[in-house]
Ligand binder design. Structure first.
Ligand code: NDP
Ligand code: MG
Length: 375
């Protein structure tokens, strides 16, 4: 019997990659639910191809049978009895409730939606414990760590080193970066992804989110998570064990491999769709330290991580607002870090132990970010 999969955010970059993988693995998996935000046209095409039992659209439903609409459709899709694995490819805070609900029902969440682990890491971990669900990362660096760990307990782990491409502005002068246009920020050197994460890669906010993600996924302190700039994006992470041995996971950049692994972990299955690694074609691998001056928003994210409590939620919310305002032309690239800074300067971190507290911190940070951006 094949395993039922729900793909949340099926019309996005991760969602489309997940469907590519699932199309090659039809004997193992079947798609039983698909959701999107507003791209009804693509969602309809996917629904016609996959004939899932459930299709949900957050914005723009027509009230037909077997169709969910409004934000509630995400939880509906994620908690269906015929779903065993939820691929969460939603962007931003909107994915939180579906993740929590799926974990409480004992499902595996193949999580790309890192923002929600950052804003509510404790709640997500708790929901998994309570309901018997599990979070398996889709993010390539965390998938790499999971693959290197191969079941060893966190006590044997000494250090994680996540790699970062450095984004499109790695070699730009600071004044030029500050004035960069959305078009320039969206030209990522190694990965093709949705707009929000592409901007996050240019500010390196993405890597700050990933440091927090690693802390919650692998039960490591922030001192144990390092980042190195590796422009070729071929090594995804290094794991150092307590005896000094270091393992790394290597491959040409594609999300299809980490998506497949999140579906089959701890097993591996044959898959012909991923470009095979060739060390000669990979040529030179280079590594550089992260320059704090070039990536002020990264530094702010690490500080928020250390503050703990609701600070990561405030950091994430401030960034979501700032990126939206940058993409619509309201603020310059250099203002993203300033808006985040303004929010964190007034945020008083409190306990992030309940959904109400997390959502309040998120809403507060969004309001302050909008005010800061307009001033
Ligand atoms: P995209 O913008 O390409 O896709 C986002 C998806 O989420 C779309 O299906 C979109 O629907 C849906 N969506 C957007 N807003 C909402 C909402 N409010 N409620 C419900 N659904 C919504 O993003 P990506 O696929 O690039 O990224 C998704 C997540 O995966 C992010 O958290 C990102 O950080 C993470 N990730 C992505 C990687 C990548 O390679 N793309 C790599 C590693 C992590 P619609 O199309 O209708 O707007
Ligand atoms: Mg990543």
């Amino acid at each position: 019997m094949s395993v039922g999969v729900a793909v949340l955010g099926s019309t996005g970059s991760i969602g489309c990659s997940a469907l590519q993988v699932l199309a090659r693995q039809r004997d193992r998996f079947r798609v039983v639910a698909l959701t999107a935000h507003s791209n009804a046209e693509l969602l309809e095409r996917q629904a016609a191809e996959w004939r899932p039992a459930y299709v949900g659209i957050v914005n723009g439903g027509k009230g037909e049978a077997g169709r969910g609409e409004g934000a509630a459709c995400l939880v509906e899709a994620a908690t269906r009895p015929d779903v065993r694995i939820v691929v969460n490819g939603i962007v931003g805070a909107a994915g939180l409730e579906a993740t929590l609900a799926a974990l409480k029902c004992g499902k595996r969440v193949a999580l790309a939606n890192k923002e929600t682990l950052v804003m509510a890491g404790e709640l997500v971990t708790q929901a998994a414990r309570q309901g018997g669900g599990e979070v398996i990362p889709v993010d390539s660096e965390h998938s790499a760590v999971l693959q290197c760990l191969a079941g060893r307990p966190s006590g044997e782990l000494a250090r994680l080193i996540l790699t970062a491409s450095g984004g499109p502005f790695r070699n730009w002068a600071p004044e030029r970066v500050a004035a960069a246009s959305p078009e320039e920020a969206l030209r990522h050197p190694t990965w093709r992804m949705g707009k929000k994460i592409t901007v996050d890669s240019a500010t390196l906010v993405n890597k700050a989110l990933e440091v927090i993600e690693a802390h919650f996924l692998f039960d490591v302190t922030y001192d144990q998570v390092e980042v190195v700039v590796h422009p070729q994006s071929l090594i995804h992470a290094f794991v150092e064990f307590v005896d000094g041995s270091v393992l790394a996971q290597v491959g040409f950049p594609t999300m299809e491999l980490p998506i497949l692994y999140a579906l089959t972990h701890p097993e591996r299955v044959p898959d012909g769709g991923v470009r095979r690694f060739d060390p000669v074609a990979a040529a030179t691998l280079t590594f550089e330290p992260v320059s704090d001056q070039s990536y002020p928003a990264y530094r702010l994210g690490r500080a928020a991580a250390r503050s703990g409590g609701t600070a990561p939620a405030a950091f994430n919310a401030a960034n979501e607002v700032a990126v939206e305002l940058f993409l619509d032309g309201t603020i310059r690239f250099g203002r993203i870090a300033e808006v985040i800074d303004a929010v964190l300067a007034v945020h008083r971190p409190s306990d992030a132990g309940s959904l109400a507290e997390v959502l309040a911190a998120d809403a507060d940070a969004r309001r302050i970010a909008r005010e800061a951006a307009c001033s």
